[in-house]
Design a protein around this ligand. Sequence first.
Ligand SMILES: [Zn+2]
Length: 110
Amino acid sequence: MDATSARQRLEQMLAELDRSIGVLRGDPVAVRERSAADAGSDLSDADRAEAMLTVATAHRRAVLDALKRLDEGDYGRCVDCATPVPEGRLEARPEAARCVQCQGKRERRR
Ligand SMILES: [Zn+2]
């Protein structure tokens, strides 16, 4: 994937994440629609929104980091071992910062 299409996809993802985060943080219209739709389940909804917000915020951070790597010319290389991240992985996850091996190691450490 070339830098131009990578940037396009990342910027598109960023715009979508910004939109979801805005809604989850309590865009008045979305909140009003939701509380009208299922009043009475406010607590679990709030919990769910909170969990989604955490995921979306972390994802947004990863997308921003990937855009920064594009600017610095480091995009597509694993941030841990510096080997090129396989094309197929970048197609599936343009924000991926690590090769599969390093990502696996990182997730096992958690
Ligand atoms: Zn690696």
